[in-house]
Design a protein around this ligand. Structure first.
Ligand SMILES: *Cc1c(COP(=O)(O)O)cnc(C)c1O
Length: 383
C-alpha cells in the first residue's frame, strides 16, 4: 500500500528536498554554506513578507515561541494571550514558565478571537508588554484575524506576537504591511521540510524592545535562545551555534519551490484546496469544527456515536491515509485533514474518498461518490 501523509505536521517533503537530505554532511563554516544561509534567509523574508532578518534556530517550532517570549517581555511583565485552542494555550504556558503575568482572552474551541475582544483587553490592561496570537489554530482548524489584531496593537505599546506555524506560507500574513511585531514558524508544516528548524522574524519596534531589555535590570535569561546572537551572526551569513546545516540546505530547495510559484499564488492554491475539503463535509454528513476555518487544514466533527480513533486507524490500515485526530479533550472527536505544504488537491481527494469508504463501516452511512463530487465541483468552481 502507498502511504500518504495528510497530517497538519509533519507534512511530506518534495523529492528534490529529500534527495538533498541524502547527500553527504558538509562543514558549516564555509563560504559555500554562507551562500546557502544568505539565499535561504532572503527567501524566508519573502515568505514572512518582511524586510527584517528572519532567524533560523535549530529547534521545533516551540523553540521559536520560547525565544519570542524570553526576549520580549521581562518576568513580571504582562501578556495578553489570545487563546482559541491548544496552541494559543502553549503561548500562555510559556509565559507562565517565564514568570510573565497572563491575561487570557479565551474563546470556546472552534471559535476565533474577535479583534474587539483584544481591543477591550488592551483598554483594561494598557500596561501589557505583548499580545500572543495564533494565525491558524491547528488544534481546531480555525483562523484568527491577525490583520485586525495588528491594527489594534500598532496603536499601543504592546508587541503583537504571532504563531504562524501552520499558517505562514498558506494564508495571507504580511508581517511588515500589517505591522506584526514577531512571527514564528517551524519547518515541518507549510515549508515542506522535515521537523527540526524554527524561524523567527521581529519588527524594528520589537528589536528595540529586545535590545533595551538586555541593557536593563531584568535582562532576559537566555543563552541558546538569546536572539541577538542569531541576528548578529546572520549579518555575516553565519550562525551562533552549529546549525542543522543539512536541513538548511534542503530548505533552500523547498523555499525555491515556494518562491517560483509566488507566495500569493500559494495562498490562492491552498484556499482553493480548502474550499474543496470543506465542500466534502455536507455529503459526508460531518460538521466543520471551525466557525471561520483556516486554509491549511480542514477539521471535521466526528458524530457522538462514531469512534473517531477507530476511524483514523482504519483509514491508515485499509487505505494508507494518515490524517490526524484531536488532541487532549478533542481526542476521538475530530478528524484533521491537512492541505498545506507539499500536499496536493489529489491527495485531499484521496482522503475524502477514503472517508467515504470508511465512515459507513462505523455506523455512519454516506452516499458513495457524493463527497468526491462535491470536492470536484468546489475545486473546479474555484479560481
Ligand atoms: C505544530 C504547531 C506548533 C508546535 O510546533 P512544534 O514544532 O511541535 O514545536 C505550535 N503552533 C502551531 C499553530 C502548530 O501548528
Amino acid at each position: 500500500m502507498k502511504p500518504r501523509l495528510l497530517t497538519p505536521g509533519p507534512t511530506p517533503a518534495p523529492e528534490e528536498t529529500l534527495l538533498e537530505l541524502a547527500r553527504p554532511v558538509t562543514f558549516h563554516r564555509s563560504s559555500q554554506f554562507r551562500a546557502v544561509i544568505k539565499e535561504v534567509s532572503e527567501d524566508l523574508q519573502y515568505v514572512f513578507c518582511t524586510k527584517q532578518p528572519v532567524l533560523t534556530i535549530t529547534a521545533s517550532g516551540t523553540g521559536a515561541m520560547e525565544a519570542a517570549i524570553a526576549n520580549t517581555v521581562p518576568p513580571g511583565g504582562k501578556a495578553i494571550c489570545l487563546v482559541s485552542g491548544r496552541w494559543g494555550e502553549r503561548w500562555r504556558n510559556i509565559c507562565k514558565a517565564f514568570g510573565v503575568t497572563v491575561v487570557e482572552v479565551k474563546v470556546p474551541y472552534g471559535e476565533s478571537v474577535a479583534p474587539a475582544a483584544l481591543a477591550a483587553a488592551l483598554k483594561e490592561h494598557p500596561d501589557a508588554a505583548i499580545v500572543t496570537s495564533t494565525l491558524s489554530e491547528t488544534a481546531t482548524g480555525c483562523r484568527n484575524d491577525i490583520k485586525g489584531f495588528a491594527e489594534i496593537t500598532r496603536a499601543s505599546e504592546a508587541l503583537l506576537i504571532v504563531d504562524g506555524i501552520s499558517g505562514l506560507g498558506v494564508m495571507e500574513c504580511r508581517m511588515d504591511d500589517w505591522g506584526i511585531d514577531v512571527v514564528v514558524t517551524g519547518s515541518q508544516k507549510a515549508l515542506m521540510l522535515p521537523p527540526g528548524l524554527a524561524f523567527i522574524g521581529l519588527s524594528q519596534r520589537a528589536w528595540k524592545r529586545v535590545d533595551s531589555l538586555y541593557q536593563g535590570p531584568s535582562a532576559p535569561k537566555a543563552f541558546y535562545f538569546d536572539i541577538r546572537k542569531y541576528r548578529d551572526n546572520l549579518a555575516g551569513n553565519d550562525t551562533p551555534f552549529t546549525p542543522a546545516n543539512t536541513l538548511v540546505r534542503a530548505l533552500r530547495l523547498s523555499l525555491k519551490r515556494l518562491r517560483d510559484e509566488g507566495i500569493e499564488n500559494c495562498w490562492k492554491r491552498y484556499s482553493r484546496m480548502a474550499r474543496a475539503a470543506r465542500a466534502a463535509a455536507a455529503p459526508l454528513r460531518l460538521e466543520l469544527y471551525a466557525k471561520d476555518p483556516a486554509d491549511g487544514l480542514t477539521v471535521y466533527k466526528v458524530p457522538e456515536a462514531v469512534d473517531g480513533v477507530a476511524i483514523l486507524g482504519a483509514l491508515e490500515k485499509d487505505h494508507g491515509i494518515r490524517v490526524a485526530g484531536g488532541q487532549d479533550v478533542l481526542k476521538g472527536k475530530i478528524i484533521r485533514l491537512a492541505h498545506m505544504g507539499y500536499i496536493d488537491y489529489f491527495e485531499v481527494l484521496a482522503a475524502v474518498s477514503a472517508l467515504e469508504l470508511t465512515l459507513p463501516k462505523f455506523g455512519h452511512p454516506v452516499e458513495p461518490g457524493a463527497a468526491v463530487a462535491a470536492c470536484q465541483r468546489a475545486y473546479a468552481g474555484g479560481a
